[in-house]
Write a protein that binds this ligand. Structure first.
Ligand code: APR
Length: 253
């Protein structure tokens, strides 16, 4: 309770708040992370090895099928109390922005505005060669192809279509990354929610805040590399902790 109150006091005195989210925030919506073991057909694969350009080059059908499987897992998912609490925070602090590493759309569906998406959007696809410029989006619902053969060919150039997500070892979308870096440099408070803080450059954002004297607040049931630089660690599930922050914020000052 003490930490929640300190968090609220810190938020109230902030000029620019940013939120960095990772897979943990969507966990209570039933979306598995890349680090979770998979079951059924996919149990013998390491998801981190499938989410790479090398894997797609070697076996495009395998990687495409893996993404179709992930999409099927995500389809029924609904935003949870953590997503809704972050949207509520933005209504109270209108300049607040969320930087997410997640490829689902649960922040937007919970009502968050102008979300900075560092790792793309799993619901979309693009040409693997970005033949019409980066990104060359392709709406596969408009295409007919033999679905048992894997990804469809790009309607513009004939090379393969792939999910519009950032794979391990790939560059992040330049505009989104620039916005995130600029925001981190301007933030005097960053809430780091549900991320293991192990994947660069996203994991560097809290350090940028810290470097210029800002405060980092972590929301995570576990400790992570970020915990060391966090002024506060709200140790618990985001779907529990974040609504408590909003409730405390709304009680008399
Ligand atoms: N609430 C908050 N945090 C949680 C919860 C929860 N209910 N459940 C788990 N967590 C925490 C875990 O303790 C862990 O620290 O969420 C974090 C999830 O870490 P990762 O699976 O590493 O996810 P993330 O940090 O988003 O990964 C970064 O790597 O998997 C790739 O590209 C993918 O965007 C992803 C990136």
């Amino acid at each position: 309770m003490m930490t929640i109150q300190k968090c609220v006091d810190t938020l109230r005195s902030a000029k620019q708040i940013s939120i960095l989210t990772g897979a943990g925030v969507s966990k209570e919506s039933g979306i598995p992370t890349f680090r979770d073991a998979l079951d059924g057909l996919w149990a013998r694969f390491d998801p981190r090895q499938l989410a790479t350009p090398q894997a797609f080059q070697k076996d495009p059908k395998l990687v495409w099928d893996f993404y179709e499987y992930r999409r099927a897992l995500m389809r029924p998912a609904e935003p949870n109390a953590g997503h809704f609490a972050l949207a509520a925070l933005q209504r109270r602090f209108p300049t607040l922005r969320i930087i997410t590493q997640n490829v689902d759309d649960l922040h937007e569906r919970a009502g968050s505005d102008d979300v900075i998406r560092l790792h793309g959007n799993i619901a979309r696809n693009k040409c693997s060669a970005d033949c019409q410029g980066s990104p060359t989006r392709v709406d596969v619902s408009q295409l007919t192809w033999d679905k048992a053969s894997g990804p469809p060919p790009c309607p513009y150039c004939g090379r393969l279509v792939r999910p519009d997500v950032v794979w391990f070892g790939e560059m992040l979308p330049r505009d989104e990354l620039d916005r995130a870096l600029d925001l981190a440099r301007r933030s005097d408070v960053m809430l780091v929610v549900g991320t293991s803080g192990m994947v660069s450059p996203s994991a560097e954002m809290p350090y940028l805040v810290k470097d210029h004297g800002g405060v980092v607040i972590e929301v995570n049931p576990e400790t992570t590399p970020i915990t060391r630089i966090a002024t506060l660690h709200l140790q618990g599930a985001s779907g529990v902790v974040l609504p408590e922050v909003v409730a405390a914020l709304d009680t008399a000052q």
